[in-house]
Design a protein around this ligand. Structure first.
Ligand code: G3H
Ligand code: ZN
Length: 283
């Protein structure tokens, strides 16, 4: 079916008490691994393209690949800009059929984050495009965004209420202790803070930096109100490990024999994540 919006799949997740997986895409094999798995599991799914992915693959290629993948399944698929920081890229995504955009103003002072997010909502909503914003700041590296430990800021529940009211955003990414990239130690989420935010804010909440978070913590976060979970690093690692295995253990040089096993390995990651997010059978 055609691409659907994040608002559609995330409002349903909010009502149903589960989370939809948002997996980062950079090429055809990644898109295929995500959509084929979601389709097999009857799970709604979000294809997340960062500004870096758009620079790498080209926006037309990502748009075309995502639309073809969605057209081959009955499960809801969305195409979402992940960590948009450039207003022009947001406009480009809206023009190129993205059904959702994230405006990441988390590096800005509170009022400036509100103003920027409002500006994006004003252009996106009339075009039927959903908007995700971020309040608080996650530590770690995601594509072109890098935040030191000393600069990390947890989301304040009262600010979250004001932010949502003033911006009319559709979903909110919260900083509760997760980090982008590979964790150095055991990730510890601030569940009390999450519960407080969820009690005060009605819209779906988003957990970034979810690769490497243990299953029990993910399940608890979903129970306490997380409805969208972002996974990038674990897909990258599955791809890298599978490619490395093939090229070190054989002398194949056919890209299909290198990327094919990588696609299978990424499917396993997506399958496991959809299972613990609780979105299997929710299409
Ligand atoms: O926006 C993307 C995700 O937050 C990626 O997080 O590095 O833990 O996979 P990750
Ligand atoms: Zn993120």
């Amino acid at each position: 079916m055609p691409l659907v919006t994040n608002k559609e799949v995330l409002d349903a997740a909010n009502d149903g008490g589960y989370a939809v997986g948002a997996f980062n895409i950079n090429n055809m094999e990644i898109v295929q691994s995500i959509v084929t798995t979601a389709s097999e599991m009857n799970a709604p799914v979000i294809l997340a393209a960062s500004q870096g992915a758009i620079s790498y693959a080209g926006i037309e290629y990502l748009e075309a690949i995502a639309k073809i993948a969605a057209s081959k399944t009955d499960t809801p698929v969305t195409l979402h800009l992940d960590h948009g920081t450039d207003f022009n890229v947001i406009l480009q995504c809206i023009q190129h059929g993205f059904t959702s955009v994230m405006i990441d103003g988390s590096h800005l002072p509170f009022e400036e984050n509100i103003a920027l997010t409002k500006r994006v909502v004003e252009v996106a909503h009339p075009c039927g495009v959903s908007v995700e914003a971020e309040l608080g700041r996650l530590v770690g590296v995601e594509d072109n965004i890098s935040v030191d430990e000393k600069d990390a800021v947890f989301t304040r529940p009262d600010e979250a209420v004001q932010f949502v009211e003033e911006t009319d955003v559709d979903s909110l990414a919260v900083a509760i202790g997760s980090a982008h990239g590979i964790y150095k130690g055991e990730p510890k989420l601030d569940f009390e803070r999450l519960e407080k935010i969820d009690n005060k804010v009605d819209i779906p909440l988003v957990l970034h930096g979810a690769s490497g978070i243990p299953e029990e913590s993910i399940v608890k976060a979903v129970k306490l109100g997380i409805n969208k979970i972002n996974i990038d690093t674990e897909i990258r690692l599955a791809f890298r490990d599978a490619v490395r295995k093939v090229v070190t253990e054989s002398d194949v040089y056919d890209p299909r024999k290198i990327c094919g096993p990588a696609r299978d390995a990424m499917k396993e990651v997506v399958k496991y994540k959809i299972g613990i997010f609780g979105s299997e059978g929710k299409a």
